[in-house]
Design a protein around this ligand. Structure first.
Ligand code: ADP
Ligand code: MG
Length: 614
């Protein structure tokens, strides 16, 4: 492997190396890079097209397909065809419970706040693994097209993604064998693609309107000294171009008097509707057939149909402005993102609302990936004209259950910066919590560098999962890290200061980074096993306690069968097979759920909440 040297004040890579920009979308994903002429360019792997539908299909004999090939299985094999996985990234079951119906595949309901999993046949996949497969496909396409190994990337996420969703995106990149140099907000990337924010002297306020396949968001950004700050975001995660298609299908059904016909070729109609919608970019009338059904619609009718949906997005723009405390005339630029902004009515209404022409020259499907490539180029140190702020060269985090590293401030974060997260206890009556602070990129703390360790003492005795311990990291401009732990209910508090860079040579930092790249895949795999084990152990603990506390209310067979499943789960914990562990957790869950519901035991529900340190 080529050696790389890292500039520790900028975090930039010195050697000329390709860093790609990736737009990991809900509907479509794509990858871009800076070509030898120094222009951002999307990658079009011979004949495969630029957009890779964000869809993964698992075949019956183990073959996995991604993109267009996988899309063909949406109709013929829906249970094994995973789409819109971005909606599940970094989310717990409770976050997504309300919209299981939206998905044709099975999301595991283990009724906890742990992250969701997806069941395909006998196997379990996490959204991180599935997104990892999409990223791997993009990486391979890039390597094939530009004939160079691609190991580093900048990946974009919506501005409203939380820490857990961002971390999941990083992990997906790692699984795909990519060193994720930075997670960038999609609206920031889109602005960069238009050259907005590249001049450090200018201060600007911009609105980025992003209407994709299934989601809509608008972000108000302030750019000052080359720093992008998100002032407000608004939107609807279930509003997009798919709704336009549905409206057209319903219109055709009505026009052909097919309301009572049950065997309609729904999917064919949907695809035809999308074709009609796209055709309005260059014609005013669409007139075709699906079987015997006339699919006719003109532009005027289409615009009437979608008007209420577009109006909804305009209302979101109003709310975003209000939240940012701004008026329309304080917006300097409006940037259009997402395939659905090709719709003329959308452009007209957005321009009218903001009372100015919108930026729409760059292809709206590609604009985010192109901007990510520009950001990657800046990180690579190829743009000397751009001021780069000091960044932290290694991630900072704490140890969580099973010896895992939980990153609080990611590598390459601009400093000064602050970040925090809430933790809880895993044992009833736990009054002390050990907080161990580490630096490094590996998933297991034992491979990272320990910076500090202290005990938060005097937590009042409470059941596991009840204490709320906020851990906050503040890294100031001098590189001093202050770690503060506060238990919210009691107010007990503890604080320490360290200097992460102290005693660390540049060569050591480089070595740590190189190791993390070499071990990335194994590390993530190991981490997923540990996470499964931790979840399994908690489940064993909860189930055993549940039986103990409710002996008198349970039938003898219920007790023996539960304990048998607990024993099987325990056995699986020693197996090293995370899928088996998930399977046993699921089985035990399914089995005990009816009694748990019957007994309405509060403790069982609460015992597993939150992330616990130890
Ligand atoms: P996401 O960001 O959610 O992955 P995209 O930005 O790729 O989504 O947008 C996909 C949506 O754009 C789809 O609903 C697609 O039908 C729509 N779209 C693509 N081209 C056009 C067009 N010419 N006119 C209207 N909608 C379009
Ligand atoms: Mg998008």
């Amino acid at each position: 492997m080529a050696t790389v040297s890292i500039n520790l004040t900028t975090g930039s890579i010195q050697k000329e190396e390709i860093i790609v920009g990736i737009d990991l979308g809900t509907t479509n994903s794509l990858v871009a890079f800076i070509n030898p002429d120094k222009n951002p360019q999307v990658i079009n792997d011979t004949g495969k097209g630029v957009l890779v539908p964000s869809i993964v299909h698992f075949g019956s004999n183990g073959e996995v397909s991604v993109g267009n090939e996988a899309r063909d299985f949406l109709i013929s094999d829906p249970q094994n065809t995973i789409f819109s996985v971005k909606r599940l990234l970094g989310r717990s079951y409770k976050d997504v419970a309300g919209y299981q119906n939206y998905f044709s595949y099975k999301i595991i309901d283990d009724d906890t706040e742990s992250l969701v999993k997806i069941k395909v046949g006998d196997a379990f996949y996490t959204p991180v693994e599935l997104s990892g497969l999409i990223l791997k496909e993009l990486k391979e396409r890039a390597e094939h097209a530009i004939k160079t190994p691609v190991n580093k990337a900048v990946i974009t996420v919506p501005a409203y993604f939380n820490d857990s969703q961002r971390q999941a995106t990083r992990d997906a990149g790692k699984l795909a064998g990519l060193d994720v140099l930075r997670i960038v907000n999609e609206p920031t990337a889109a602005s960069l693609a238009y050259g907005i924010g590249l001049n450090p002297e200018e201060t600007k306020t911009i609105a980025v309107y992003d209407l994709g396949g299934g989601t809509f968001d608008v972000s108000i950004l302030q750019i000052q000294n080359g720093i992008f700050e998100v002032l407000a975001t608004n939107g609807d995660t279930f509003l997009g171009g798919d709704d336009f298609d549905r409206l057209i299908v319903n219109y055709w059904i009505e026009k052909n008097n097919l309301q009572n016909q049950h065997d309609l070729p729904q999917q064919e109609l949907r695809l035809k509707a999308e074709e009609a919608k796209k055709s309005f970019s260059h014609q005013n009338l669409f007139n075709e057939k699906v079987g015997e059904i006339w699919c006719t619609i003109d532009l005027e009718t289409f615009e009437k149909l979608i008007l209420p949906k577009v109006q909804q997005t305009i209302d979101s723009c109003k709310n975003a402005l209000k939240d940012a405390g701004l008026t329309i005339n304080q917006i300097d630029e409006v940037v259009m993102v997402g395939g659905s902004t090709r719709t003329a009515l959308v452009k007209r209404m957005v321009a009218e609302f903001f009372n100015r022409p919108v930026h729409d020259d760059v292809n709206p499907d590609e604009v985010v990936a192109l901007g990510a490539a520009i950001q990657a180029d800046i990180l690579a140190g190829n743009r000397t004209d751009i001021l780069l702020l000091d960044v932290t060269p290694l991630s900072l985090g704490i140890e969580t259950m099973g010896g895992l590293m939980d990153v609080i401030i990611p590598r390459n974060a601009k400093i000064p910066t602050k970040a925090g997260r809430q933790y809880t206890t895993s044992i009833d009556g736990q009054v002390n919590m050990k907080i161990a602070v580490y630096q490094g990129e590996r998933d297991l703390v034992k491979e990272n560098r320990k910076l500090a360790e202290f005990d938060l003492k005097g937590i009042p005795s409470m059941p596991a999962g009840f204490p709320k311990v906020d851990i906050n990291f503040l890294l100031n401009a001098d590189g001093i890290l202050t770690i503060q732990a506060v238990e919210q209910r009691s107010g007990v508090k503890q604080q320490v200061e360290v200097k992460p860079a102290y005693g660390l040579t540049d060569a050591e930092v480089e070595q740590m980074l190189m190791d993390s790249i070499t071990h990335a895949k194994d590390d993530v795999q190991q981490r997923m096993l540990i996470e499964a084990r931790t979840e399994g152990e908690q489940m064993v603990y909860t189930a055993e306690r549940f039986v103990q506390k409710n002996v008198e209310y349970l039938a003898a067979t219920e007790i023996t069968d539960t304990l048998k499943l607990v024993a099987e789960l325990k056995e699986s914990l020693t197996s090293g097979d995370k899928d088996l562990i998930h399977k046993q957790i699921d089985t035990l869950n399914e089995f005990t759920k009816p009694f748990a519901e019957r007994l309405m035991d509060q403790a069982i529900g609460t015992a597993m909440k939150g992330k616990s340190i130890e």
